[in-house]
Design a protein. Structure first.
Length: 377
């Protein structure tokens, strides 16, 4: 009989975005269950026949009674199915799952840390959220962190214990699918033609959720300054505007509106990466920055902020350029270097591609997941 593992996540989006490849490999050796909130109706693409879904009402917002009900529901499920391993991803799912698993006396309790909301906060909000992460660390028997620098940050902050925690390979929760994310000249031509972007234009790409912690407003200001001097500079923003920042971005870039494009959603981010020349990720906080290695696999370098997580995904001066977070002038300087130097972009992009394929392929990360589980169980 196969060992039974239960993954606990808040939504199917986490599974689809990060856990597809590891779960497919693990399912060949273990019976996989996934506990999640199914109320959004999001399907788990390609996993329907290899996992068992356990609906649990894990809500994104904090609600004492709903959260206690979810803990009780998880506790009963863990007892009923007698799981050998429970593994949670994302903070809310982690707190509820690790508490319930500890109460149910599950032997192996794993949580994956993928970034800290409290890293950029101050005062009581920071202290309270940090305490919750500490509780997750206490309820766990084992901890995975998706980047070496993030693990060091958590160790320095006293959130996790060194003997409990580790990083798989060189970082990233599940790596990048290099068969999907790869250089694609036909996609580059098609996307550029549809957006009326000339071959000589230099496209800076932001892809992800639009919120202030992603540094998107800093990027808008820096781009506007660069666009003053370079008519061939373009900014492509791809992502859901969850913080209603579009109007502010439009206002900042109003003198260069013909050089800025917004795409709210795409199921093919790799094609927009192929159409671009440089990824920009001026975040104030990141766990790793998986989008960086996705873009790298496509063959484009990254301009990123010098923070934990991103420093593992970008080798400064070799696969991209790093700058001090919130320093708009430094971000502008990096963009200026890129827009005026095609050879630099090409050399950084080539090195980024080679590193992504060598160190961060999903095949290698999935194999590392399997080895990790086999050593535990």
């Amino acid at each position: 009989m196969k060992t039974k593992i239960c993954f606990v996540v808040s939504t199917g989006m986490t599974v689809n975005a990060f856990l597809q490849q590891p779960i497919k490999l693990l399912s060949q050796h273990y019976d996989i269950y996934i506990a999640l909130d199914t109320s959004a109706g999001e399907a788990l693409h390609g996993l329907e026949d290899i996992v068992t879904i356990l609906p649990v009402a894990i809500k994104r917002k904090i609600s004492l009674w709903q959260d206690l009900a979810a803990v009780f529901q998880l506790f009963k499920l863990f007892q009923k199915h007698n799981f050998r391993i429970v593994h949670s991803v994302t903070p809310k799912a982690g707190l509820l799952a690790m508490l319930a698993a500890a109460l149910a006396q599950v032997d192996i309790r794993i949580h994956t840390f993928t970034g800290q909301v409290w890293a950029t906060k101050l005062g009581f909000g920071r202290a309270a959220l940090k305490k919750l992460d500490k509780l997750i660390g206490c309820f766990c028997t084992h901890i995975l962190v998706d980047s070496p620098s993030q693990r060091q940050f958590l160790l320095d902050e006293g959130v996790i214990a060194p003997e409990k925690s580790c990083v798989l390979q060189k970082g990233s929760i599940s790596g990048v699918d290099v068969n999907r994310f790869k250089p694609n000249y036909s996609a580059r031509l098609r996307i550029r033609e549809s957006l009326q972007i000339a071959d000589s234009d230099v496209v800076f790409l932001f892809i992800g959720r639009l919120n202030r912690d992603k540094g998107i407003l800093d990027l808008a200001v820096a781009f506007s300054n660069v666009a003053c001097r370079h008519a061939n500079a373009r900014l492509l923003i791809v992502g859901v505007d969850e913080a209603n920042l579009s109007e502010e971005i439009h206002h900042i870039t109003e003198n260069f509106e013909k050089q800025v494009e917004f795409i709210e959603f795409t199921p093919v981010p790799e094609e927009y990466m192929a159409a671009s020349d440089v990824l920009c990720l001026p975040s104030y906080r990141e766990g790793f920055g998986n989008v960086i290695i996705e873009a790298a696999a496509v063959g484009i370098p990254t301009i990123g902020s010098k923070i934990y997580g991103i420093t593992d995904a970008v080798v400064d001066g070799y696969t991209g350029l790093l700058f001090t977070p919130r320093d708009v002038a430094a971000l502008e300087s990096c963009m200026e270097k890129m827009v005026g130097n095609a050879e630099l972009r090409q050399n950084l992009g080539k090195a980024a591609h080679n590193r992504a394929c060598e160190d961060f392929s999903s095949q290698k990360l999935s194999a590392a997941w399997l080895k990790y589980y086999q050593e535990l169980s």
